[in-house]
Design a protein around this ligand. Sequence first.
Ligand SMILES: [Zn+2]
Length: 548
Amino acid sequence: MLVMSLIAAFAATAAHAANGPEIDAKRLSQDVKVLSSDEFEGRGPNTAGEVKTVAYLIEQFKAAGLQPGGDLVKGKRAWTQDVPLGRFEIKGPVKLTVSDGKTVQELKQGDDLAVRAAMNGAKLVDFKNAPLVFVGYGVTAPERKWDDFKGQDLKGKLAVVLINDPDFETGEGDFGGKAMTYYGRWTYKYEEMARRGALGTIIVHETAPASYGWNTVKNSNTNVMYDIVRKKPSEAHAPMEAWIQRDLAVDLFKRGGLDFEALKKQAQTRDFKPAELKGVTLSANYAVDAQVITSKNVVARMVGAKKPNETVIYSGHWDHLGIGLPDAKGDKIYNGAIDNGTGIAALLELARAYGKAPAPARSVVFLAVTAEEKGLLGSEYYSANPVYPLATTVGVINMDALSPTGPTRNFTISGSAKLDLLDQLIAKAKQYNLAYTPDPLPEAGHFFRSDHFPFAKRGVPAISYGSGNDLVDGGLDAGRKAEEAYTTNNYHQPSDEWSADWSFTGMQHDLGMLYSLGRDLAESKDWPNWSKDAEFRAARDASAAKRK
Ligand SMILES: [Zn+2]
């Protein structure tokens, strides 16, 4: 085994020396080792660990010969972009009651409903007897000629909505079949109801279409919430955002004279019309504590020689979970070596490779974002407040949790999507003997859960690159075993730590390919786009005039 992997490692190194940039496996290992050391305290935003991480990244980008590419401070670019984050926490009891006109029933936070701390700026959420309206999947998709609302007014009302998209159950239809479109994601449901001025969104939890159980819903909604600081937070968040247990929802439908299962069937068709749960109302009262913390994105830039205003972005998140609850061994530091020490090491090594080469025609930005673990917030902030215009951002190649072991015969991306950038990646990877393996679980919506996504939803062609699992040494069997072992033993645990056994030769090989892909984009005149039926195509086409 050892001999085999050494041969593979030498083969990969030799191929690079001949025709590619110099990507060094030892430097990758060193960067991951430093970033995930206990000294960096698990890289929590707004901690001493952030200060060390940001300083290390700036030092490395400087040494690579790049320019600062962040905020303009007194006419000069800084190395960072300030990212103000709102921190929201429910204080005191959450009082929830439901009435059907005859009886008033108390509901329990976390057990019956999982209510998030309000992020619309309100210090108190307090309303009485708000009507409930079922809006099906809550989808407005003009490109698919689909509208679940049919003019329904939601002001002062709570919208009850299904999770996933209208063709999840049948497996075929206008929304990618089993695969989840963005219309299926809970973030979309919250955003759409806020746009429509609803008093709140209540998502009916069902395990299969959500792809996780109630415990996940409960744990991720009843704790401290974070959001970017927004100019008009009420445009992004309705006062109430919550999930409800399915059986309780079915019962409330019944008391309101409705049949949940029959309505769900109707919701899978274009003819669906919203239905009020007659006589059923909800009252709520809970206080919210809101604070602002500041974190930083690190932005390094290689200025384009001919078209500096056109930008290719490589990105990855520098943050991890910081210091938290101890594991069985008493370790409290969530080092995040793989998640995402590897992606940041990759970003630094790509920056070094660019720094040694002449500037391409277009600019290349290396963006290390914060607060991914708090909900993609550093990338959301950059996308909402772009340092370089999104309309002339050619594409985004994000890297998150790469594999530090040996080379593979394949690669993947997070989730499924149809765009030219993926076609270009597939073609480039072929030259490097890497075959594309699509996400085996497209219904889980992984496309919407990585830092490329805030760019994608604003129309910028964007993907998250993922390491393959078909190891040159050991094949799929060994690759899958390693993936499983990581998920079970290390993912989001204090044991996600650097190991001297990692060869980093797989990343070395893949990064040669990603360098070449980015370089092509940066030398090209082309503007890759989304496929005609992709839900982000309209957003990209809206700014087409700026790319002439
Ligand atoms: Zn993570």
